[in-house]
Design a protein around this ligand. Structure first.
Ligand code: AMP
Length: 118
């Protein structure tokens, strides 16, 4: 899928839409999900303009990939779920139910999570 910069996360990166920010660096921006599906539900979006994980890997340098992954770990630490555990979800494509076509990781935690889709 071709990247389309009209999506809501691109608008958040450009500052056109506000977010409840948790962490930001050169590689990623993390904020709380507007419709949380767990006690702790954050999104870590890439600064890169890419649709999904495969698009990101194909169009990024090793440094950019590492930077994004480290930002996810950092966000989990700030949220305090690094000790208690968390689930990372990357929805990708129609069958996954991906709503926003801009790479993002869901961090879910803060409680025992159901295992029905794993
Ligand atoms: P996905 O289905 O993986 O594309 O997830 C998109 C997520 O973005 C959903 O969990 C939405 O609740 C969340 N979301 C959509 N718009 C916003 C927004 N403006 N601020 C924060 N989260 C949002």
């Amino acid at each position: 899928m071709e990247y389309n910069a009209d999506n809501v996360f691109a608008k958040i990166i450009r500052g056109e839409i506000p977010c409840n920010k948790i962490y930001e660096d050169d590689f990623a921006l993390a904020f709380y999900d507007i419709a949380p599906k767990a006690k702790v539900h954050a999104l870590v979006i890439a600064k890169a303009m890419v649709v999904d994980f495969a698009d990101f890997i194909e169009h990024s340098t090793a440094d950019e990939i590492e930077g994004y992954m480290r930002a996810i770990v950092k966000t989990a630490e700030i949220l305090g779920v690094d000790e208690t555990g968390y689930r990372l979800v990357f929805n990708s494509g129609a069958d996954s139910g991906q709503e926003v076509p801009h790479l993002h990781a869901h961090i879910l935690g803060g409680e025992k999570l159901p295992t029905s889709h794993l």
